[in-house]
Ligand binder design. Structure first.
Ligand SMILES: [Zn+2]
Ligand SMILES: [Zn+2]
Length: 684
């Protein structure tokens, strides 16, 4: 700490206001999938103007090899190998050591699973640029035409990211690309023949799969593509959803899945990817279970792990984050103190909340608990607001007592409840166990109109299951009322506590000081040398509003990037931040800024409040700490000392999942259990 002039200087500035502590790094999960093999480096493709890093050229080698199909002749280690002499012929499976006489179905493709920030998008663009020059489609012996075009399927917010990366890295004129999305869609087979890359979204694939038929044939499903690439492929982890089934139906000569998190919750996440890849025999979940998962279940974890490692070494490329030499990164947490008045306000809400939980623990019935629970979550949000906004938060304007409403009002608070639970770790569909969490939500379309249904006893039913199973039920008899809820990413950045903060901010006398977090942030930004750029993340726009006011007062210019900026203007904001010397501060909401953006022009990142789900914070930090970063990086997380926020940080630092703490013994049908309420109480 003392070796850093910036923080030590800061410490003397703000002796009692700010105290910085370094955070110990989290261990890299998914270690078991890591690739150890030293791959040779492929040539830099002519069409790519950005010099590729070593690990990217190695990835190219891996992908070129995998696109040749199985190495049956043993030229390199592979899943399948031909063994034979004059008497016998067979094919050996090097994962299970089983053999068969029949030649295994060929397979071309694999999983690129490098962690965030290693330049996977450029790597995949290089594959398209290097594997085969653009030529006309090829017809095979069966009369099936393979187009020369690569189809890339991405979550909606990443369409722009891909186009931007293509423009940035590809030599003009050497590759062509276009969107198949929204109003820009092609019809008729072969209409893409002259184009190297077609970009589309999972939702387009899903929608066209449904309507595809004789009368309205879809180009996506009547083409055999040169290759198909899934970006953020964990998007299809729910194997029974329409979106997943549609994506798996895409026909292509080579199939690639790109994801930083090939395993999110369970080993079975991998089997969904294998079934997309159509890799024999592990596209069959039963075979995967028989050869790997069952060893685990039978207590032979060592053998299961060995087999999984072997399988991964053939099909999955995953390198460590430290494969690339990024500049040093310092992670700091910054505790701030509330002032006397703020503390009193905080304590008042806190004590009310605790008393309320105690009431529920002793008095409520299963019937009223969910509504009470929403009330409590709302009060916790109020506590978080005080931590961010201090006296700018005006409690009495905001809090509505939800229990005062009659039972018909479930529809009016269901979304709020869903948002809270999504933030804390997600909810699972009662029928198919699909997870609806914040990470999934951020990759969703901003205009997603598809609803899920949440029952008053907090049972969730996903949109796929709603269309398949009517009537839906929660498990109670008679069934509790259901209300539609939406996976709309931007609703997260609005606080549910409805009050007109802008009006309130402007009505405040000048004498009211900015809240301590904002003061600490402004002080730190002021102390930065000129030319240094910073990004500031908060969950809520309200916080960004007050920060903006604080920065204005300190004559620091800033840019905003949040859900109120129209989609078509967002790129201009990012371009300006990257290209112009000022403003040097970019304010972002987590829901708009945590995925897809490359902000390596900044070397400081500030996160205004701890999040229930730390993954979201890592995603946000990866915007600046990634390939292309040339400067030392400092990340600062703010929290209020001796508050609920500090407890949340403690849980995060102990590497436990907040969801596991909160929903430890949640009964699958009874909504929030008493135990989870007790756990929640312990955080307050
Ligand atoms: Zn479902
Ligand atoms: Zn129920």
């Amino acid at each position: 700490m003392n070796s850093c002039p910036w923080t030590s200087e800061l410490k003397t500035h703000l002796k009692n206001l700010v105290e910085m502590e370094p955070i110990s790094p989290l261990p890299e999960l998914l270690d078991v999938l890591e690739s150890s093999e030293k791959l040779p480096e492929a040539m830099q493709p002519d069409a790519i103007r950005t010099p590729l890093e070593r690990h990217q050229r190695q990835a190219l080698t891996f992908m070129h090899q995998r696109e040749l199909g199985w190495a049956l002749n043993g030229s390199r280690p592979d899943l399948w190998e031909y063994m034979g002499n004059n008497q016998r012929h067979c094919f050996v499976n090097h994962v299970s050591n089983a053999y068969q006489e029949e030649e295994p179905e060929d397979f071309s493709g694999g999983i690129i699973a490098d962690p965030m920030g290693l330049g996977k998008t450029l790597t995949m663009i290089s594959l398209v640029a290097s594997a085969a020059p653009l030529h006309n489609s090829v017809m095979d012996a069966d009369g099936v035409v393979t187009s020369a075009t690569t189809l890339i399927i991405v979550p909606p917010p990443l369409l722009g990211t891909w186009e931007e990366q293509l423009s940035e890295h590809v030599n003009p004129g050497s590759l062509t690309w276009c969107r198949h999305h929204g109003k820009t869609k092609f019809t008729g087979t072969g209409s893409y023949n002259e184009i190297s890359i077609v970009l589309t979204t999972y939702h387009t694939v899903s929608a066209e799969w449904k309507s595809h038929g004789e009368h309205s044939p879809s180009v996506l499903f009547s083409t055999r593509w040169r290759r198909v690439i899934l970006d953020e492929a964990h998007f299809i982890r729910n194997s029974s959803s329409q979106l997943t089934r549609a994506t798996c139906e895409i026909d292509a000569a080579a199939r690639w899945a790109v994801t930083g998190t090939p395993i999110q919750n369970r080993l079975s996440d991998l089997t969904t990817l294998f079934s997309f890849l159509r890799v024999y025999p592990y596209s069959n979940r039963k075979q995967f279970d028989a050869d790997i998962t069952n060893y685990w279940k039978e207590g032979n974890a060592e053998e299961a792990l060995k087999r999984l490692k072997r399988l991964a070494s053939f099909l999955i490329l995953r390198r460590r984050q430290n494969t690339i030499q990024l500049p040093l990164r310092r992670d700091l947490q910054c505790a701030v103190e509330l002032t006397g008045t703020e503390r009193a306000m905080y304590d008042e809400i806190r004590n009310k909340t605790v008393a309320r939980i105690d009431d529920i623990l002793y008095e409520s019935s299963d019937d009223t608990r969910p509504v009470e629970y929403t009330n409590i979550l709302q009060q916790i949000e109020a506590m978080r607001m005080v931590c961010n906004l201090g006296l700018y938060y005006h409690a009495r304007r905001g809090l509505r007592d939800l229990t005062q409403k009659n039972s018909e009002s479930w529809a009016s608070i269901a979304q709020q409840n869903f948002d809270f639970q999504g933030e804390m770790g997600g909810m699972q569909c009662r029928y198919c166990f699909a997870v609806a969490d914040t990470s999934a939500r951020l990759l969703n379309s901003t205009q997603s109109q598809q609803s899920l249904h949440l029952s008053k006893c907090l049972q969730l039913i996903c949109s796929d299951c709603i269309s398949k199973s009517q009537p839906i039920d929660c498990g109670h008899s008679p069934s509790c009322p259901f209300a539609p809820v939406y996976l709309n990413p931007t609703s997260l950045e609005e606080t549910s506590l409805s009050f007109n903060h802008l009006e309130y901010v402007t009505s405040l006398p000048q004498a009211v000081k900015f809240p301590p977090k904002i003061t600490a942030l402004v002080t730190q930004l002021k102390a930065l040398p000129p030319g240094v750029k910073s990004v500031v993340f908060s969950t809520w726009r309200t916080t960004l509003d007050i920060i903006e006011a604080g920065l204005n007062q300190a004559s620091i210019q800033c840019l905003r990037f949040d859900g109120t900026i129209p989609l078509k203007e967002r790129q201009a904001v990012i371009d300006r931040f990257r290209q112009e010397a000022t403003p040097s501060v970019l304010l972002l909401t987590l829901s708009c800024g945590a995925v897809g953006l490359t902000l390596t022009v900044a070397s400081y990142a500030f996160i205004m409040e701890p999040h229930w789900n730390p993954t979201l914070e890592y995603q946000a930090l990866a915007r600046i700490y990634r390939l292309g970063q040339r400067n030392e990086v400092t990340t600062v997380r703010f929290y209020v000392r001796d508050s609920f926020e500090q407890r949340v940080m403690d849980v995060q630092n102990s590497k436990r999942q907040m969801a596991a703490v909160l929903f430890a013994s949640q009964d699958s049908t009874a909504g929030p259990s008493l135990a989870s309420l007790q756990n929640l109480r312990s955080l307050l």
